[in-house]
Design a protein around this ligand. Structure first.
Ligand SMILES: [Zn+2]
Length: 411
C-alpha cells in the first residue's frame, strides 16, 4: 500500500465521530469512550500484521519486526481532555498508523518499527500528565501520591486503572518497552501560533522548555487607605506590580525564546480601605537552555530584592515546581529538517512550550525528535482546535520521510 495521507484525515474524522460530541473530543483516559477509541485503533492496524500488546502502564504497542531487534518508535496519545480538539494526540497515532502500513508493505524493515499509543498523556481526570510515558521512561516516582488521587466523582486512581487492566504497583515494569529503542519520533499539532504567523505548515521541535515555577510573596504593612500618607506606605502590591513589568524586560533581555508569566496575584487583606499587606505572585519562567533558564530565575530574584528595597517591603521565594529543559537529538533534528524541506520547501526550528510524551522518552536517553504541524489560531484543548487538511497530509508525508531516513541512519 503506498502512503495515503488522505486516509489519515478520513480516519481522524472517523475517530471524531466515534468518540466526540457537540462539545468536542471526549476520549479522557481510563473511560469507556477512550477504550472505544483504543479498540478501534486495534482494528485499524489488524491488516498490517503488526503484533499488539498492552504494557503494565496501559500503553498500547504495535510491532512490525525488522532485521534487528533494535526499534524505531513512533508515538502519540489517543486520550484527550474533556471537550478537546480532534487532533491533539490522535494525529500522532493515526499518522503513525499510515506510516506503519507503508513500512509493512515494503517488506522487512532494517529496524523493528513500533507504534505506541501512550496511556493518559493529558492527565485530565486525575491531574497526572504523561502517565504511561513516564512509567516507560522509568521517571515515575510519585506512585505513593498517585494512590491517593481521586477524580471529581471520588473514584480513586488505582481503581480507575484497575478497570482497564492496569495495576499501579506494576506500572514501572513498562520500562522494558524502551530497552531496545533506537530512536523515537512524534508528530504533534503545534498548539501555538508560531508556524501560522510564519505561514509555514511544519516545523522541527528542538526540545521542550525547562520550567521554573515559584510563589513570590511580597510582605508590607496593612494601613488605613485614608490616613496613611503616600510616602509612608509599605505597599506589597507595588512590589508585585513592579516585578510583573520587570519580568517582561528580563525575558526580552535573556531572549532566545524566553517566556515569563505572572499568572496570578492574590492580595491581602484585599479590601478597598487598606494598603495591601501581602501580595502572593505566581511566577512561571521557561527556556530551552538550562543556563539561560537559570539566568531568568536569578535576574527575577535580584529584581524582586531591589524592588522590595525600594518599597520598604520584604520578599520571599518558594519553589512550586521545576523541570529541566529536555533537548532533542541533533542528528534527528537534522533528518527532520530535511524531511520537512522535501515535502514543504521550507522548515523552521522551534521549542515546545508544552511537555509531551517525547520529553519523557528523551529524558530516558533515547534519541528523540518531534515534528509540529501548524495549528490554526494557535488553539488547542478546545473543540475549535483545527489544522488545514492539506497541512495534515503534508505532516503525514513528513513523518513518513523522517521514518525512512531514521531507519537508514540508525540501522
Ligand atoms: Zn498532545
Amino acid at each position: 500500500m503506498p502512503l495515503d495521507p488522505s486516509r489519515t484525515v478520513a480516519e481522524l474524522k472517523e475517530l471524531r465521530d466515534l468518540t466526540g460530541d457537540d462539545h468536542g473530543a471526549q476520549r479522557v483516559a481510563w473511560t469507556e469512550t477512550w477504550e472505544r477509541g483504543r479498540v478501534w485503533l486495534r482494528d485499524k492496524l489488524a491488516a498490517t500484521g503488526a503484533t499488539h500488546e498492552i504494557d503494565e502502564a496501559g500503553n498500547q504497542w504495535f510491532t512490525l519486526p525488522g532485521d534487528s531487534e533494535r526499534a524505531l518508535l513512533i508515538g502519540g496519545h489517543l486520550d484527550s481532555v474533556p471537550n478537546g480538539g480532534w487532533l491533539d494526540g490522535c494525529l500522532d497515532v493515526l499518522a503513525g498508523v499510515e506510516v506503519l502500513r507503508r513500512v509493512a508493505e515494503n517488506g522487512t524493515p532494517p529496524l523493528t518499527v513500533r507504534l505506541v499509543d501512550w496511556a493518559d498523556e493529558e492527565g485530565a481526570r486525575f491531574g497526572r500528565s504523561l502517565f504511561g510515558s513516564s512509567a516507560a521512561a522509568g521517571s515515575m516516582t510519585d506512585q505513593d501520591e498517585l494512590r491517593q488521587r481521586r477524580d471529581g466523582d471520588g473514584i480513586a486512581l488505582p481503581d480507575a486503572l484497575a478497570g482497564h487492566g492496569v495495576d499501579l504497583d506494576n506500572a514501572l515494569e513498562a520500562r522494558r518497552q524502551l530497552e531496545n529503542a533506537a530512536a523515537y519520533l512524534e508528530l504533534h499539532i503545534e498548539q501555538g501560533p508560531v508556524l501560522e504567523s510564519l505561514e509555514l505548515p511544519l516545523g522541527v521541535v528542538l526540545g521542550t522548555f525547562g520550567v521554573e515555577r515559584h510563589l513570590v510573596t511580597f510582605q508590607g504593612q496593612a494601613a488605613h487607605a485614608g490616613s496613611t500618607p503616600m510616602d509612608q506606605r509599605r505597599d506589597a502590591l507595588a512590589g508585585a506590580a513592579k516585578l510583573e513589568l520587570e519580568i517582561r524586560r528580563i525575558a526580552k533581555r535573556v531572549g532566545a525564546g524566553a517566556v515569563c508569566t505572572m499568572g496570578g496575584v492574590v492580595t491581602k487583606p484585599g479590601i478597598v480601605t487598606s494598603v495591601v499587606e501581602t501580595a502572593e505572585c505566581l511566577l512561571d519562567q521557561r527556556h530551552l537552555d538550562a543556563t539561560q533558564l537559570a539566568e531568568l530565575l536569578s535576574n527575577a530574584e535580584a529584581a524582586s530584592r531591589q524592588i522590595a528595597h525600594e518599597e520598604y517591603i520584604e520578599v520571599v521565594w518558594d519553589k512550586i515546581w521545576s523541570i529541566e529543559p529536555i533537548p532533542f537529538d541533533e542528528r534527528l533534528i537534522e533528518l527532520a529538517d530535511e524531511s520537512i524541506r522535501e515535502v514543504a520547501g521550507t522548515s523552521h526550528r522551534l521549542p515546545s512550550g508544552p511537555l509531551h510524551d517525547a520529553a519523557e522518552v528523551a529524558r530516558a536517553g533515547i534519541p528523540t525528535v518531534m515534528l509540529f504541524v501548524q495549528s490554526l489560531r494557535g488553539l488547542s484543548h478546545t473543540r475549535l482546535e483545527d489544522t488545514k487538511e492539506e497541512h495534515l497530509e503534508l505532516a503525514v508525508h513528513a513523518l513518513d520521510r523522517l521514518t525512512t531516513k531514521t531507519l537508514e541512519a540508525f540501522a
